[in-house]
Design a protein around this ligand. Structure first.
Ligand code: G6P
Length: 369
């Protein structure tokens, strides 16, 4: 391979640890500006973004999870209705198109067949305003979109996507701030705060990566399990989905993600001492509700692994393990909470001895249906 592994054992490990650099390269184009620039999405972006009345995000796999996370931002911060669809479903569904929709396709490779076809489908339905967020500038997807944002994660070799995902999230947050500003929903103070939160990401992610030794210990406890349940609420539910996907992709442990409020509607029946439950639990408005969901798990003998914040009022006890992220990070906490889940999947795979970079039956880029 042209990309050297250097000090790392696997590309996935290298790519996880490259995230601070991938984020700072992606955000470099912000320069020192104190205001968001629609031009970052293309020379003709401003009128198109200003005219958007809703957003439709189309993607597959990990990119789809980035879209699901962004929906929470787009609705809460930019006040735009947003739907997120798996590209392979959208392209065959009879849906109702609104020409005032901004269609956003997300893809690391820019070559995923279903994502390209879903974009064509949206265009045929009359939706002409399209934007892609993609990691490969010369890809088919980029050629199909007048508006584009190129993430600068660098080549991603590991089949399980890591740095492409977090750079997509950074780009989607920037898109949210831009749309919010054009819609008059962003005060100058919040614009400044949003931009500095983005600029601080490389440092913040670097600090989360330092949790690795603790996660390695957790991974030992997981390695012999057959199933795992991931829980989150709000914008951390898609992060729980991404954590479950990472685990199943590279360790072959069956993992499912649930919004914690749905626990009683099914998955609680599965909880026993053999089912580890991983909770994404930063301090936010939903934390108290999540805590009561977690009590339900404990009461049934489930072993809990909780990713909390520095100042979360939660304490470890028998069967309840807590790892605290160094900083509380508001809306972007979703991005930070992804990192320990990537590390967890990676270390569980090491213990189980699976092929981390080339999991069985999976391809890096799915260019056929
Ligand atoms: C495959 C890869 C995933 C990726 C998905 C979408 O399933 O294994 O890691 O998330 O395709 O790929 P894209 O290049 O469109 O983001």
């Amino acid at each position: 391979d042209a990309v050297e592994l250097g000090q790392y054992r696997h590309y996935m490990q290298k790519e996880i640890f490259e995230q601070p650099a991938a984020l700072s390269n992606t955000l470099e184009m912000l320069g020192t500006t104190h205001s968001v620039q629609p031009g970052l999405f293309g020379a003709s972006a401003e009128p198109v973004l200003r005219a958007a009345r809703q957003v439709l995000i189309l993607a597959c796999g990990t990119s789809y999870h980035a879209g699901l996370t962004a929906r929470y931002w787009l609705e809460a911060i930019a006040g735009l209705p947003c739907s997120v669809e798996v590209a392979s479903e959208y392209r065959y569904r009879d849906s109702v198109a609104d020409p005032a929709t901004l269609v956003v396709t997300l893809s690391q490779s820019g070559e995923t067949a279903d994502t390209l076809a879903a974009l064509q489908h949206a265009k045929l339905l009359g939706m002409r305003h399209t934007l892609c967020i993609c990691n490969v500038p010369e890809s088919s997807l980029v050629r199909e979109n007048a508006l584009r944002f190129i993430t600068r994660a660098g080549p991603e070799i590991g089949v399980a996507s890591t740095k492409a995902f977090t750079t997509q999230l950074a780009a989607l947050y920037l898109l949210t701030l831009t749309l919010a500003k054009l819609r008059g929903r962003l005060t100058p103070a919040n614009e400044g705060k949003g931009l500095s939160a983005l600029r601080h990401l490389p440092v913040a992610v670097g600090k989360v990566l330092e949790l690795e030794p603790h996660i390695r210990v957790w991974a030992e406890r997981f390695a012999m399990k057959q199933n795992a349940l991931f829980l989150g609420r709000g914008r951390h539910y898609p992060i729980a989905m991404e954590g479950a996907l990472k685990l199943k992709e590279i360790t072959y442990i069956h993992a499912e993600a649930y919004p914690a409020g749905e626990l009683k509607h099914g998955p609680l029946a599965l909880v026993d001492q053999d089912m580890p439950v991983i909770a994404v639990a930063p301090n936010d408005a939903l934390l108290e509700k999540l805590k009561s969901n977690l009590q339900e798990v404990r009461a049934r003998g489930g072993e809990l692994f909780v990713f909390a914040d520095a100042d979360s009022e939660m304490s470890a006890s028998d069967g309840l393990h807590i790892l605290r992220l160094p900083e509380h990070y508001g809306q972007l906490s979703a991005l930070l909470h992804t990192i320990p889940l990537q590390l967890l999947a990676y270390h569980v795979a090491l213990v189980r001895g699976t092929d981390v970079d080339k999991p069985r039956n999976l391809a890096k880029s799915v260019t056929v249906e």
